[in-house]
Design a protein around this ligand. Structure first.
Ligand code: SF4
Length: 230
């Protein structure tokens, strides 16, 4: 199963701070401090991604039926009320991405030693790094769709898409050998390391878009997310 390990993370302190301030003016001193943090801690980033293409056999009610590719086994995943976002999909890219656990450990240590701002900025850098790995996965979906003359759907994730609870991660993760990227799913369906994410992107001839869009308007975190796109 494909594992991506040669993933380039290109962190820009100004972009991190602007995102934190939701596009408003970024204080120069905060940009400088974020730049120092990037320089000091960038070696803690260990970006990895694993993915698999699966055939989408249909959508029924709130459930999407996938062909797992294992001896004809099928998997029915319940993605909730916005199931229509997958109704045009013929293929789906299922993925898990991670930056590894070292950065989170460092954030914990910084918090314990009362370096609260440093911890906050480092944590934010980790979030931006994770988003960049997710972009790599989106780009894979876009390229595959383009090569077939198809379009792409939205990037959907359990715990983010309204109506698709975090427990849904178990379905997606069951399709991927997570140990190959040093990730595991806890009993409460949390990905460990924490800065990891699972998702699914549908592609098919009836999608119009060439770019994978975020589902911010359908996202459970839309009110608080500083990465919200629209
Ligand atoms: S609101 Fe934030 S978490 Fe939700 S889809 Fe948009 S960027 Fe992702």
């Amino acid at each position: 199963m494909p594992v991506l390990s040669d993933i380039k993370i290109d962190l820009n302190a100004r972009e991190v701070v602007l995102a934190l301030h939701q596009g408003r003016k970024a204080p120069p001193e905060l940009i400088d401090q974020t730049q120092e943090i990037i320089e000091q801690y960038k070696s803690l980033l260990h970006p990895l991604a694993i993915y698999k293409w699966v055939r989408v056999l249909g959508v029924n009610g709130e459930k999407v039926l996938l062909d797992t590719g294992r001896d004809g086994n099928k998997l029915r995943i319940n993605i909730g009320a916005h199931f229509d976002l997958m109704s045009k999909a013929e293929l789906a890219l299922v993925s898990v991405v991670t930056i590894g656990g070292e950065l989170d450990e460092c954030v914990r240590d910084l918090n314990k030693s009362d370096h609260i701002l440093e911890a906050y900025l480092l944590d934010s850098v980790g979030v931006v790094a994770l988003a960049q790995i997710e972009e790599v996965i989106r780009s894979l979906a876009e390229k595959e769709a383009e090569s077939r003359g198809w379009g792409v759907g939205y990037a959907l994730a359990p715990g983010s898409l309204r109506g698709w609870p975090l427990e849904g991660q178990a379905d997606l993760c069951g399709l991927l050998p997570l140990e190959q990227i040093n990730v595991r799913l806890s009993d409460s369906n949390i990905l460990i390391p924490f800065k990891s994410a699972s998702g699914i992107i549908g592609i098919g001839p009836n999608y119009q878009s060439k770019k994978v869009e975020s589902i911010c308007q359908f996202c459970t975190r839309a009110d608080t997310c500083w990465q919200r796109r629209k």
